[in-house]
Design a protein around this ligand. Structure first.
Ligand SMILES: C[S@@+](CC[C@H](N)C(=O)[O-])C[C@H]1O[C@@H](n2cnc3c(N)ncnc32)[C@H](O)[C@@H]1O
Length: 191
């Protein structure tokens, strides 16, 4: 099984999920104060547990994922609460996957390890003072058959970022699910 990059696994998982999205990520709820008012791109959004939370907080949210089943669930849930959400089916493993996506005030990547090439692309699609929020299994998480070493967020992942993104918060958390890290970057205005 591949935690990242196995569309068949994720389609099947979303197909068989209960008729309700999960609760939003605790770290997003706790760090809302850092978000810039406006738009959000929820990368690898799944069926939208965080997308809904952000919609309810007044953000205009676009959710992208490669799982068609996940996006269909997200659209169905959004309809039920009379919310509009933009969705795009995008495989992040493809080159230039985010080329035509536009710009956003905030980017959320929750429980997906973005690769270095994509991180470089992301840097260019955040508005000035905008936020890059990343949370997921971190470098000290115990690997198993489901979560492999290559799925874990490493501190060195961010070495590729240039100085326009400043780390404004870093947090480590541990609970029954494992070891998590949260990185919050802010895009600095070019002088
Ligand atoms: C652990 S889930 C996280 C979902 C959501 N961000 C959340 O916090 O609930 C990982 C998500 O990554 C998506 N994913 C995995 N590989 C992907 C890829 N190559 N391109 C786009 N989405 C991908 C899966 O479909 C799944 O929705």
């Amino acid at each position: 099984m591949k935690y990242i990059g196995d569309r068949h696994y994720w389609d099947e998982k979303f197909e068989n999920k209960s008729d309700k999205p999960l609760s939003p990520e605790k770290s997003i709820i706790e760090n809302m104060e850092y978000f810039k008012k406006g738009t959000v791109l929820d990368i690898a959004c799944g069926d939208g547990r965080n997308t809904f939370f952000l919609l309810e907080k007044g953000f205009k949210v676009t959710g992208i994922d490669f799982s068609y089943k996940a996006l269909k669930r997200l659209e169905k849930f959004a309809k039920l609460i009379n919310c509009t959400v933009n969705t795009q089916q995008i495989d992040l493993c493809e080159k230039n996957a985010l080329k035509d996506i536009g710009t956003f005030d905030n980017i959320v990547i929750n429980h997906y390890r973005i690769n270095k090439e994509q991180l470089k692309e992301i840097e260019n699609i955040i508005t000035d003072d905008g936020i890059l929020f990343i949370c997921g299994f971190g470098h000290k998480h115990k690997v198993d058959a489901k979560i492999r070493k290559e799925d874990l967020i490493q501190p060195t992942d961010f070495n590729v970022l240039d100085k326009s993104l400043e780390l404004i918060k870093y947090e480590e958390n541990e609970d029954e699910r494992g070891f998590f890290v949260t990185y919050i970057f802010q895009k600095m205005k070019k002088l």
